[in-house]
Design a protein around this ligand. Structure first.
Ligand code: ADP
Length: 403
């Protein structure tokens, strides 16, 4: 089945046409500056020159019409008509307490997604706009919603409850949800295939390290804990996000610096993380260059904080799972930087990790699944390039076939 994967932002719409039979991307691209002057559309078909053109798009409907026109264009496209799109899979960041797996969009489902708006105001609004636009333009094509939170729905109460008054859990659904679900699902599933034991006995720590980062403890194929929480701000230090900090720092800074909730939010989401600590670089690559070339102490500190936190969570999750069979690294930082795979694993021999520095340093792009632990290592360490699109496309196909 050809699944059109749609990821809508407030003024953007990214797409991929994915063929689930061949597990390959037929075309991908994005529309930018929707509703703003100076709109632009990018379109790529593997093996052909990328195509880009200017287009004023007042609404997301205009954007999706552009996408359909491109996909079905005799010269630039890859399908002959909209009938060749079996379903649309929408990436939705937050399913709140309502969705623990992917669902077919209908009125009732969309009303529940609307209720999640408060939990992720910057993301849910644009997602709903994108879903409605696709429903309007592609009336006969089923629309499936795939939630970033869904794979984490198996967490037990002790992992998802925050120790604040219980009434806030009941009233506002404040709890740990976890994000990057499709990525953790994909890499843990691939890792299970590489382990020589029954899936239900496997204990895997998956490290999705990118601009946004999270780690999950996946026991028997199910998440039992993860670092991101009520929002994607919790857990690890990220590009510009703080990750978990002493909650008292929030009120302390608001008082001392006279910050409004919105300003404090911006400090934690946009001015912290690698950028906050290094004072210059939100991108890991830049931080690393400053560390290697200039011995920049703040960039070095930022990287050391990340490496230390990854190590700490590997230990914590090994304890939570009662053992460890594998550690997986994925996403932009995890796939492309040897040091962030090596530093956290230093000194973890006692856990059964015998890291293979040579194999790790020999990895070249484009990356593919690679073992970076020695054959003698009891715990396997792997780099597995993530494939969130495959999970979204497969889930979409499954939901449509179960209708
Ligand atoms: P997002 O969360 O936005 O999807 P990514 O998974 O693309 O983020 O990760 C972005 C991070 O990955 C950046 O910090 C960047 O430095 C790092 N990264 C991406 N590509 C490379 C590369 N080729 N070499 C080194 N670092 C990279």
């Amino acid at each position: 089945m050809n699944v059109l994967i749609v990821n809508a932002g407030s003024s953007s719409l990214k797409y991929q046409l994915f063929d689930t039979a061949s597990k390959s991307v037929l075309a991908k691209g994005g529309c930018e500056r929707i509703g703003i002057e100076g709109g632009k559309v990018e379109h790529k078909v593997p093996g052909r020159e990328p195509y880009e053109f200017a287009s004023e798009m007042a609404t997301h409907e205009d954007a999706i019409r552009n996408v359909i026109a491109l996909l079905t264009d005799a010269e630039r496209g890859c399908i002959s008509s909209m009938k060749e799109i079996g379903a649309v899979g929408h990436r939705v960041v937050h399913g709140g307490p309502y969705f623990t797996s992917s669902v077919l969009a209908d009125e009732d489902v969309l009303a529940k997604v609307e209720k999640c708006r408060d939990l992720a105001p910057l993301h849910i609004g644009p997602s709903l706009t994108g879903i409605h636009a696709c429903m309007d333009v592609m009336k006969d094509v089923p629309q499936v919603l795939v939630f970033d939170t869904a794979f984490h729905a198996t967490m037990p109460e002790e992992a998802y409850l925050y120790p604040i008054p219980y009434e806030y859990f009941e009233k506002y659904h404040i709890r740990r949800y976890g994000f990057h679900g499709s990525s953790h699902k994909y890499v843990s599933r691939e890792m299970i295939k590489l382990l020589d034991k029954p899936a239900e006995e496997t204990k895997i720590v998956t490290c999705h390290l990118g601009n946004g980062s999270s780690i999950a403890a996946v026991k028997g194929g199910k998440v039992i804990d993860t670092t991101m929480g009520f929002t994607p701000l919790d857990g690890l230090i990220m590009g510009t996000r703080s990750g978990a900090i002493d909650p008292a720092i929030v009120t302390f800074l608001m008082e001392k610096e006279n910050l409004s909730p919105a300003e404090m939010n911006a400090v934690l989401n946009k001015k912290s993380g690698l950028l906050g600590v290094s004072e210059k670089y939100s991108d890991f690559r830049d931080c690393r260059m400053a560390m290697d070339n200039e011995k920049d102490p703040k960039a070095t500190a930022a990287i050391r904080v990340l490496a230390y936190q990854v190590k700490k969570y590997i230990g914590a999750y090994a304890a939570a799972m009662g053992g460890l069979d594998a550690v997986v690294f994925t996403a932009g930082i995890g796939e492309n930087n040897n040091i962030i795979r090596a530093m956290p694993l230093e000194g973890l021999e006692y856990l059964g990790i015998d890291f293979d520095h040579e194999a790790n340093d020999a990895i070249r792009r484009p990356v593919s699944t690679t073992c970076i632990s020695k054959p003698s290592s009891r715990v396997k360490v792997y780099l597995i390039p993530t494939n969130e699109e495959l999970i979204i496309a497969e889930d979409t196909e499954r939901v449509v076939s179960e209708r």
